[in-house]
Design a protein around this ligand. Structure first.
Ligand SMILES: NC(=O)c1ccc[n+]([C@@H]2O[C@H](COP(=O)([O-])OP(=O)(O)OC[C@H]3O[C@@H](n4cnc5c(N)ncnc54)[C@H](OP(=O)(O)O)[C@@H]3O)[C@@H](O)[C@H]2O)c1
Length: 303
């Protein structure tokens, strides 16, 4: 089968489409014929060796953690899905950008949800749910979200709205209509953030999420007034300031996936796909992601 792989750390240019043996579903797993795979910043960060402290990559390695497709192998012990079912979910961090992929967590894809959108949902739904839960923000409270227009931000804004939380989100000015569409009050990031937030929320904000990793943890703590109510998913230094850092592994991913699928079908959640690339253009997709200004999600389409 065709798969995207890399054999050395580097930029997206070290990725190549190669012929490799097909993977097979082990116990508790399914194999899918991939239709779409989501692009995540963790792809190019892992490729660049930024996670070497936690995971030394064994070369050659695949890339991509989430995908949608049609089940074509069911591993021992799996009873909730059959060959031919359309599903979306996650696997090991080296599998999705290929013709076949093994999933460890999945949910059925509703007929009215496209493979492209479904392939981009798992990471954002899991991370947004976890971040909102762990920062402990409740209905009636106000949340500041730094980096609100990317994949995770898009999910945080919509889940927060459903939870009755008021959100002030930061993005560059041309994306403010997008934030409004997702129910947030937009403002720009950069110098003067505290003043702008004070004007928008004179009574203050109750919590803040840093999704951009732009080095503003101490500023967010000053704005919120309580480090325990500031959480980052992108800045490993957050705990040094008394703030929280949230990372996987997912806790209840099947439920999160089923919930987001239902919300999509009910018209209560949507994902903007900024651009879809064929498997052969995975390098270009990772280059766009690495520039750090994606709105919604980038998707790799696998024919
Ligand atoms: N810890 C975890 O469990 C976990 C899980 C998933 C992802 N992550 C991390 O979370 C981060 C966000 O992921 P993502 O998928 O949402 O990324 P993304 O889709 O690439 O989003 C990037 C967004 O960041 C915004 N941005 C860029 N510079 C900014 C700045 N200085 N201040 C505020 N916003 C800025 C951009 O908005 P503009 O275009 O308006 O600049 C863009 O919308 C990444 O670092 C990723 O590695 C962590």
């Amino acid at each position: 089968m065709k798969a995207v792989q890399f054999s050395e750390y580097g930029g997206p240019e070290v990725l190549h489409v190669v012929e490799v043996d097909e993977p097979h579903a082990g116990p508790g797993q399914v194999r899918i014929a991939v239709r779409a795979a989501g692009v995540n910043p963790s792809d190019w960060k892992r490729l660049a060796g930024q996670y070497r402290e936690f995971e030394e990559v064994t070369f050659p390695s695949g890339i991509g953690v989430e995908a949608s497709g049609i089940v074509d192998e069911v591993g021992p012990g799996v009873s909730n899905v059959s060959v031919g079912d359309a599903v979306f979910g996650c696997g090991e961090h080296a599998m999705a950008m290929a013709q076949y992929a093994v999933l460890t967590h999945w949910a059925k894809k509703p007929d009215d949800l496209s493979f492209e959108v479904a392939g981009g949902l798992p990471v954002i739904a899991d991370t947004a749910t976890r971040a909102l839960d762990e920062v402990g923000v409740k209905s009636g409270e106000t949340l500041l979200v730094s980096g609100a227009s990317g994949g995770i931000g898009s999910a945080v804004l919509q889940f927060a709205r459903l939870r009755g939380i008021t959100v002030i989100g930061t993005a560059s000015a041309q994306k403010h209509d997008y934030l409004r569409e997702l129910g947030a009050i937009p403002t720009t990031y950069g110098p003067g953030l505290a003043e702008r937030v004070r004007e928008l929320a004179p009574k203050g904000v109750d919590a803040a999420l840093d999704l951009a990793g732009s080095g503003i943890i101490s500023e967010l703590i000053e704005i919120v007034g309580d480090p325990s109510r500031v959480l980052s998913v992108a800045d490993f230094s957050a705990p040094q300031y008394g703030a929280k850092f949230s990372s996987g592994p997912p806790k209840d991913l099947e439920r999160v996936l089923a919930d987001v699928a239902r919300l999509c079908s009910e018209g209560l959640f949507r994902l903007r796909v900024e651009q879809t690339f064929p498997l052969e253009q995975t390098v270009e997709a990772q280059e766009v992601s690495a520039k750090g200004h994606v709105t919604g999600k980038l998707i790799i389409s696998v024919a």
